[in-house]
Design a protein around this ligand. Sequence first.
Ligand code: PLP
Length: 450
Amino acid sequence: QQAVQSAEAQVRSDDRNHVFHSWSAQALIDPLPVAGGAGSTFWDYSGKKYLDFSSQLVNLNLGHQHPRLVEAIKRQADRLATIQPAFANDVRGELARLLAERAPGSLNKVFFTNGGADANEHAVRMARHHTGRRKILAAYRSYHGGTTTAMSLTGEPRRWANDPGDASVVHFFGPYPYRSAFHASSAAEETQRALEHLESVIQLEGPGTIAGVILETVVGTNGVLIPPPGYLKGVREICDRYNLVYIADEVMVGFGRIGEWFAVDAFDVVPDLLTFAKGVNSGYVPLGGVLISDAIAETFANRAYPGGLTYSGHPLACAVGVETMHVFEDEQIVQRVRDLGERVVRPELERWQREHPSVGEIRGRGLFWAVELVKDQSSREPLVPFNASGEAAAPMNAVAAACKAEGLWPFTHFNRVHVAPPLVISEEELRRGLDIIDRALVQADALVTG
Ligand code: PLP
């Protein structure tokens, strides 16, 4: 017991003294020392277990310590731990082929990166060189990564400190029926008006100045916004009409998260570039990439692509990616996600909406859901203000704390609780986790004024 306590104390003091954390005021955080994890659970040094309903950063699709993924790393480490990208490598090529076989349309080539932000950086660079134009249109409600151009593409407040960053990014409003920027009263009207808005922005910016449009297929951190029927198809048509590159950011929603291999499959559209990371290998070794259409690949057939990375297509990362693809097939991950989403999650969240006065809207698909909390169901005033922090965020912190006290690690953002567990979660764990959130929502109900 004493040895465990001193191990924890060492982890804590090394972290506090020397680790500089993302997105944080360093003196105001107290990171939980994690001792281990298995499947959908991780635990601290006191042995307290947490059911992980945020899949770490929505990357741990196959859970902690999946034996086949761990074995794939060991096997590859014994064979060849690293090789630079200019060589042809067996697992790198195999993963690229498996991805191309799964991806829709002519997305037949893969440029591998270290993660999601650089995948978006490179997708934008490809779009610019392919079209010879510079501007990129991106949605306000979006997150595309923490590097300079990816931060500029990002519409949400994390962009602000980086502005103007890449000044040739222009933001527009995507569809969000529950809080429509277009005063729409139905999903069909939202689709139509959001498309008219996008087309107006293109006309006003000058189609001849725009390289492309980037969109999260389902907006992730900024709301689990499922595009209403016809929206993405309309975006595809507009891009074709004006000769713009359509970039789908599937860093968070690819690889089974919404019950499809690639999220675009649910909406029957084929982008010109598709970026991925996270779920491609559950983050066991950092990996991301861009799937590239034949037409864009052709641009760089006889002209050098001006970009590269020392670790592009790292064999350890690709070996876990290849095994991930096989596990998806063997464990029928996509099918089980659809089943759990519709049979277990949807009915439970619909019940919350009926029974908790603080639940304004629930929405989602597969194992990716948002529960939007409000002070008043009729005015839809959010439980906490947009971008709330400190005292203003206290009600959401209370909901999160109630979840953690009962052994559930939640994903919260602004006035929302997301449900995003590992895709291998058992039905029993899923139901237990949902019950914990159900009880935690009482904290929010107490603040309802309407
Ligand atoms: N794009 C989306 C939609 C994301 O959710 C994220 C990360 O959360 C990124 C890009 C950035 O990925 P990374 O943190 O691997 O750079």
